[in-house]
Design a protein around this ligand. Structure first.
Ligand code: SF4
Ligand code: SF4
Length: 372
């Protein structure tokens, strides 16, 4: 599942497991690093996505991962370990393993095991759960054994989703995996955190009620986003865009009625205003660079931010060198020129870490609560 589509749920729901980790020596030591980065006004890389594979088992219409030509398509285990160690020293607290589809990487098991030993506040696997059954089952076992959170992409049913995601029999395959996770997870004394990520476009809009019923049926939290096409990692398709105010408002109304949709209400309510071009820009990289900046690391070590284009390489530069470089300055200039975005990936961090009003502050409290 491509990291750029990742929802805020990868970092927003502070579970009991995370609270218990807050007192671990590793977390406390990393918190001192964070404090140092805040003082020096440089990104703490609190939330970082490692793109363990740049290949995928699906070919979603919205995604251009298949165009990737940046070098090796999979992280090697040795580079992954190097990368995790660097992030740990820099102070990263939330790590997501994504891609592409992480299960394409044959070392994923070992990667999860290594990263879980670092006691990050949250280690999460982001997956489409679409691979050979033996691979899916093995990774599910590892996730449950290591206490790793898992978020699964789920965009609907039948031919509709097969066309949207460019593969066959997707819903049945994914639901089989979800059921396996549920049955094994329910027998654990400390179940892992599970969630879905749903993207609604014009093509699967009619299935929204059915999708929400499914979410309620399995009882997982789900972040729901509208299809977007403005980032360099998205493909633009006019037959997927939802821009009509009534359509957006009706869909949001349905989402708000579900207690399992964890996308903050203020994000849902803001979609229409943003689609009509009436939403003020809220950018975490510019408003709260130390805590709100989110990064993506490719198998070749390149580090990207939201706009794409490497700002440096984690294997040849230290993070501090990268954030003192002209490449980072130039990225910040591009970010200044950006007209804005409104989604669960970036917007919540701007509101949470840089509230401009009492409303912002109250809304951001939603980010740190769970509905269940
Ligand atoms: S093709 Fe689909 S599942 Fe694969 S990385 Fe892109 S969005 Fe994620
Ligand atoms: S508003 Fe900020 S986070 Fe959003 S796309 Fe622009 S630069 Fe990136």
């Amino acid at each position: 599942m491509r990291s750029i589509f990742l929802s805020f749920s990868e970092s927003n729901l502070i579970s009991n497991k995370m609270l218990s980790k807050l007192l671990s020596t590793q977390v406390i030591r990393r918190s001192f690093s964070t404090f140092n980065h805040v003082i020096n006004r440089r990104p703490a890389m609190l939330l970082t996505n490692i793109l363990v594979s740049m290949r995928c088992t699906q070919r979603c219409r919205q995604c251009n991962i298949y165009e990737y030509e940046g070098g090796p398509v999979n992280f090697t285990l040795a580079d992954f370990i190097r990368c995790i160690d660097i992030l740990e020293r820099h102070g990263t607290q939330f790590v997501s393993l994504s891609g592409g589809e992480p299960m394409v990487n044959p070392e994923l098991d070992n990667m999860i095991r290594y990263a879980s030993g670092k006691n990050f506040l949250n280690l999460q696997l982001l997956t489409n759960l679409y691979a050979k059954e033996t691979v899916v089952n093995r990774i599910i076992d590892t996730v449950l054994e290591t206490g790793t959170s898992i978020q699964v992409s789920f965009d609907g049913f039948g031919e509709t989703v097969d066309k949207l995601r460019g593969a066959k029999n997707i819903a049945d395959t994914v639901i089989r995996g979800i059921e396996r996770i549920d049955s094994l997870n329910s027998s654990l004394t400390k179940p892992v955190r599970t969630s879905l990520n749903v993207v609604i476009s014009k093509q699967n809009m009619e299935q929204l009620p059915e999708i929400l019923d499914f979410i309620a049926h399995i009882g997982w939290n789900a972040t729901v986003d509208f299809y977007r096409w403005t980032s360099p990692n998205h493909q633009e398709h006019s037959d997927m865009k939802i821009t009509d105010s009534d359509e957006i408002r009706n869909a949001v109304e349905l989402m708000l009625q579900s207690k399992y949709v964890s996308t903050p209400a203020f994000i849902l309510k803001g979609y229409d205003k943003f689609a009509q071009g009436n939403m003020e820009k809220r950018c975490p990289y510019l408003e709260c660079p130390s805590l709100g900046s989110k990064f993506y690391i490719e198998p070749n070590g390149n580090i990207n931010a939201c706009l794409g284009g490497a700002i440096g390489n984690i294997f040849s530069q230290s993070p501090n060198e990268i954030f003192e470089s002209s490449a980072w300055d130039s990225m910040l200039e591009d970010m200044n020129q950006c007209t804005g975005c409104w989604n669960t990936c970036y917007t919540p961090a701007a509101l949470a870490f840089h509230p401009r009003s009492i409303n912002d502050a109250i809304s951001s409290l939603n980010l740190f609560s769970t509905r269940r």
